[in-house]
Structure formats: structure tokens, C-alpha cells
Design a binder for this molecule. Structure first.
Ligand SMILES: [Mg+2]
Length: 216
């Protein structure tokens, strides 16, 4: 299957680094558990406020993130199982090196990963993958395929199709899913006369392995 994997908050402990910098500068002691909504600036001291987001624009911010436990092993296993992995991540638009720093991070921690499948975008709903693993409420709610929430304090209210608490659970979930029974994305699966024996106007549903599973 084609698996879309978010980076921040799923592969990398971005909030951990973020809070480390904030706590040090503003003498606070916030932890992940305190961040119970996506709007992180609501939890910091007023004198910080939205200045919090400036940390993301610092050069090398993303280079120094810690991997989330189990991530590298799980992605290596999914890669070995033949799944096509895509890292799909939004990079701050005012940070000139963020995308490159993220790509460097991926190369360092996932040596098996094909870096041509590194995608940086704020429109994950446009990405052609069958499953998106993400921690952002917005992405989980707008992705048109199967969305799997990576459990974090800030996404507890999101009603995602799937939810995993640790990386091993995601591997187990993928192993349970029969790719033949994945709901096809209609726009990508409509085939008008291209499949042998199927005339124009025929809708042919093709599973991820390329075989025809239904037609109408
Ligand atoms: Mg994220």
C-alpha cells in the first residue's frame, strides 16, 4: 500500500524540542501533556504568545529533533513488507531551510527511505496515498482516504477512522488491512477504456496491487 507518514509529532518529537526552547527562554515547565489543543500558543505565557512559532523558523530547528520511539524500526519493517512509504510534511513557509532540514533528518534516521518520496505540502488532502498517519486534527479531518491518528494529547477530540498509540500498533494495523477491501479513491480509480476488455465509460476499480476488483 501507499502509506503517507507525517513527520512532526509522528516520526519526530517536534513539540518536545519546541517546549525545550520555550521553557528555557520563558522559565516555564510545560510538557506534552499540557498541550491538549492544536493551538499551542494558548498554553504558553502571555509574554510569549504567538512568538512561540518563531522557533520553527530558526535554522536547524528540525535537524535536531529526537525520533519518536519505535518509528525507525516500524518504518523499516513496513518498507521490508513492500509498502511504499511517503513522508508528507508541512514546512514553515517563512523558514528558508526547514524543508531541507527535514529532508536531512529523514535521510539520517531512515536510511532505507527513498527520498524522492519526501513531500512537503500544506495540502495533505491532495496526496495520493491510501492511508495517512498524522497527528494534526486538520489533516485527519480533511484527508479523503483512510486517516489514522497518531495519538497525542492535542488530538484527543478527533474522530479519526483509526487511532494508534505507538508505532508497533500502526504496523499491526497495516498488517490487518486487506488492500483489496480499501475503499478506492474514485477520481484515481476511474478508468475509461484503458483496461483491456473494458470499454469507455466503464468504471474500473483497481486495488493497490494493480488487479481489477470491481467494475460498474
Ligand atoms: Mg504532525
Amino acid at each position: 500500500m501507499r502509506l503517507g507518514i507525517d513527520l512532526d509529532g509522528v516520526c519526530a518529537d517536534t513539540v518536545g524540542r519546541w517546549l525545550e526552547l520555550y521553557n528555557k527562554e520563558y522559565s516555564d515547565c510545560l510538557t506534552h501533556a499540557n498541550i491538549i489543543r492544536w493551538e499551542l500558543h494558548e498554553f504558553v505565557k502571555p509574554e510569549c504568545g504567538t512568538k512561540l512559532y518563531n522557533y520553527l523558523n530558526e535554522e536547524k530547528f528540525f535537524s535536531g529533533l529526537d525520533p519518536i520511539p519505535g518509528c525507525t524500526e516500524a518504518l523499516a519493517e513496513l518498507h521490508e513488507l513492500g509498502h511504499e512509504l511517503f513522508i508528507v510534511t508541512a514546512s514553515p513557509r517563512k523558514a528558508p531551510t526547514a524543508a531541507f532540514d527535514k529532508l536531512s533528518w529523514v535521510e539520517k534516521h531512515f536510511p532505507f527511505f527513498d527520498t524522492k518520496n519526501f513531500i512537503t505540502t500544506h495540502r495533505k488532502d491532495m496526496i495520493d496515498v491510501e492511508i495517512l498517519l498524522d497527528d494534526s486534527p486538520h489533516n485527519l479531518l480533511t484527508f479523503p482516504g483512510m486517516a489514522c491518528a497518531f495519538d497525542q494529547p492535542w488530538n484527543q477530540g478527533v474522530d479519526a477512522e483509526y487511532r494508534v498509540k505507538v508505532w508497533a500498533e500502526f504496523v499491526a494495523l497495516i498488517n490487518r488491512i486487506d488492500p483489496v477491501n480499501i475503499e478506492p479513491f474514485i477520481p484515481q480509480c476511474e478508468c475509461h477504456g484503458y483496461a483491456s476488455g473494458h470499454g469507455p465509460g466503464t468504471t474500473v476499480f483497481i486495488n493497490p496491487k494493480g488487479s481489477i476488483i470491481d467494475e460498474g
